[in-house]
Design a protein around this ligand. Structure first.
Ligand SMILES: Cc1ncc(COP(=O)(O)O)c(C=O)c1O
Length: 394
């Protein structure tokens, strides 16, 4: 079926809230995907930063297949072994700093969980968050999101917000008070434009929160599971949050999120205060276990660090060589952004790249974002990057 037919049929039934690019993808393997006509694309988006071990990694597929044939769903009245393995793995990855976790189905659900948890832990209702932040689209997430375009259509359903500029400790200090349940922040803002704060920002927030009895919540949904060259981006600063949200890469393509917390926070919730039909679902947990096994065994965190540094260096030198087109480059590990001077040109890049066989995303109006699979082969990464460079320069 040609793309025009797909478009017309979908237009009749799909809720019109997404502007699609003109391609229907039907299969993926590693960092390559194919469309319905058999055309291949190099993927620099990894399914929005999700497919951290590449599309359809054989071990992930096999783990899902095996678990699907064994036990797909129970209720959370029962123990399941995949969930047990996953929560033990997550605790170990935090060095037991966040030993308690709860498994959910998406990033935004993890944010719902952390908001509820911070309220129960502190009995306070004020949340402070940062401008341009993205935390998801459910109502708890919209309460703390820093992007008006997502919040405004639903503002009537939400409470007053407390949003401060990102990477601004003085503003955070002024906003965090004795009524504050938590400061919630991304260690690097992803959707907000790959904004990397100065060294010391997270450590400063850690101190400010502690001084006022507020929790520090880190949203590692985009930065976690090795993307920035550490399992969690807070490791770059040696700062431990009270609560952390995970999603995206955790399931490697299978819908899965989690939130983790300290023992002290966990003690403040009571039986029945949170739950859900699919929480700790064995199939999703089996996917998560397979992803973590592969990332660990194949050294993909260190690879993201090393390859990301080289990618960042190439982006920085390209930006320096094209000052008329680029305002700069920034990022950490395999979460990198090339900041274009002209938003109109930036907006055209994803479609032009698609025509050249590359999937790439532009966020925050002018930032070409690179968040490929952590195991993207260099023979895929560099040619794809060259295409982007050509498009930006031409
Ligand atoms: C930092 C961050 N938080 C939360 C979310 C929401 O996750 P989901 O789309 O799985 O609900 C995203 C998604 O892009 C994200 O990047």
């Amino acid at each position: 079926m040609g793309i025009e037919a797909v478009r017309a049929r979908e237009a009749a039934h799909f809720l019109p809230v997404v502007n699609r690019l003109p391609v229907a993808l039907v299969e993926g393997r590693g960092s390559r995907v194919r469309d319905a006509d058999g055309r291949e694309y190099l993927d620099l988006t990894a399914g929005w930063g999700v497919c951290c071990i590449g599309h359809c990694h054989p071990e992930l597929v096999e783990a899902i297949r095996e678990q699907a044939g064994r036990l797909m769903q129970t209720t959370n009245l029962f123990y399941t072994l995949p969930q047990l393995e996953l929560i033990e793995r997550l605790a170990a990855l935090t060095g037991e700093a966040l030993p308690r976790s709860f498994l959910v189905n998406s990033g935004t659900e993890a944010i719902e969980g952390v908001v509820k948890l911070a309220h129960r832990a502190t009995r306070r209702t004020k949340f402070v968050s940062t401008e341009n932040s993205f935390h998801g689209r459910t109502l708890g997430a919209l309460q703390v999101i820093g992007q008006a375009k997502h919040r405004d259509p639903y503002a009537a359903l939400l409470r007053e917000q407390h949003v401060v500029p990102y990477d601004d400790l003085a503003a955070a200090e002024a906003a965090i008070d004795e009524d504050t349940a938590a400061f919630i922040v991304e260690p690097i803002q992803g959707e907000g434009g790959v904004n990397v704060p100065r060294d010391g920002y997270l450590a400063g927030l850690r101190k400010l929160c502690r001084a006022k009895g507020a929790l520090l919540i880190l949203d590692e949904i985009q930065t976690g599971i090795g993307r920035t060259g550490r399992w969690f981006a807070w490791e770059h600063e040696g700062v431990t949050p009270d609560v952390m949200a995970l999603g995206k890469g955790l399931g490697g393509g299978f819908p899965l999120g989690a939130f983790l917390c300290t023992e002290a926070v966990a003690k403040t919730v009571a039986l029945g205060e949170h739950g859900g039909t699919y929480v700790g679902n064995p199939l999703a947990s089996a996917a998560g276990n397979a992803v973590l096994r592969v990332v660990e065994r194949d050294g993909l965190v260190a690879r993201a660090d090393e390859l990301g540094a080289r990618l960042g260096a190439r982006l920085a030198s390209f930006a320096a060589e094209h000052p008329d087109r680029c305002l700069g480059a920034r990022g950490r590990g395999l979460l990198q952004g090339l900041v274009l001077a002209d938003p109109e040109r930036a907006a055209a890049i994803p479609k032009r790249a698609l025509e050249r066989g590359v999937l790439v995303n532009v966020t925050a109006g002018r930032v070409v974002r690179f968040f490929p699979a952590l195991n993207i082969p260099e023979e895929d990464l560099w040619p794809a990057l060259d295409v982007i460079f050509e498009l930006v320069a031409s």
